[in-house]
Design a protein. Structure first.
Length: 223
């Protein structure tokens, strides 16, 4: 994906958000809703890697975490959500290509999420954020981030998700990232569901570029 392709990608996400109409929080949240304030558990396979995670929530806050069994890739998240504002923060640990090979990185993100009711009862969640990448023994980079989640309950049990996000460096470092996935889920009841998704990842940090696709299968619960 080139810079020219990245710009309309971000613009299309903002357009989709703009043409939807505001909606408001209610007492019931779908299990796949990113603003869901429920305790939860997560078990799944990300490619051929087993992952587990969960969250602890209060009336307006949620703390979440997930990791692979090796412990070298993990994610910590925080959500503060009210009828007026939805603030999300996260720390992610992973690997990035550098001249010395793959190096550990920490990625910090802080953003504001809005919720809308889109066409055909589709829930639209749009987030604008600032993202900082710190790569061990290499360059740091700060980027603007935009991401969007489309959640569509199709029947009483079946639902679909589409997710897309993009990062663009804003501090002079050449950095671009894109991630998207399409998922199909089945909610057995309000507490349990399973989901399968196909995911695409692309990233470029200066002259280093990587691309990956993978299948993800997970079982989720909320209580």
């Amino acid at each position: 994906m080139s810079v020219k392709a990245f710009t309309p990608f971000v613009g299309s996400l903002l357009l989709l958000s703009a043409i939807s109409t505001p909606t408001y929080a209610n007492d019931f949240r779908h299990i796949a809703d990113p603003l869901n304030l429920n305790d939860s558990l997560y078990l799944g396979f990300d490619g051929d890697v087993f992952k587990l995670g969960g969250s602890f929530a209060t009336s307006h806050q949620k703390f979440s975490a997930n990791t692979n069994l090796g412990g070298d890739k993990w994610h910590l998240g925080y959500l503060y959500s009210t009828d007026q504002v939805n603030v999300r923060a996260s720390v992610q640990h992973g690997k990035t290509d550098t001249p010395q090979g793959k190096a550990s990185h920490y990625q910090y993100q802080l953003g504001l999420m809005t919720e809308h009711q889109g066409w055909f009862s589709t829930q639209v969640f749009t987030e604008l954020a600032v993202n900082h990448l710190a790569v061990k023994s290499y360059k740091d980079s700060t980027a603007a981030n935009v991401n969007m989640t489309l959640l569509k309950p199709m029947t009483e049990h079946w639902y679909s998700e589409f997710y897309a996000q993009g990062n663009m460096g804003i501090d002079g470092v050449e950095r671009y990232e894109a991630r998207s996935w399409l998922a199909l889920g089945y909610q057995i009841n309000p507490q349990w569901s399973w989901v399968v998704r196909y995911q695409y990842d692309w990233e470029k940090l200066e002259r280093f570029e990587s691309e990956d696709t993978q299948w993800v299968f997970a079982v989720r619960s909320q209580f």
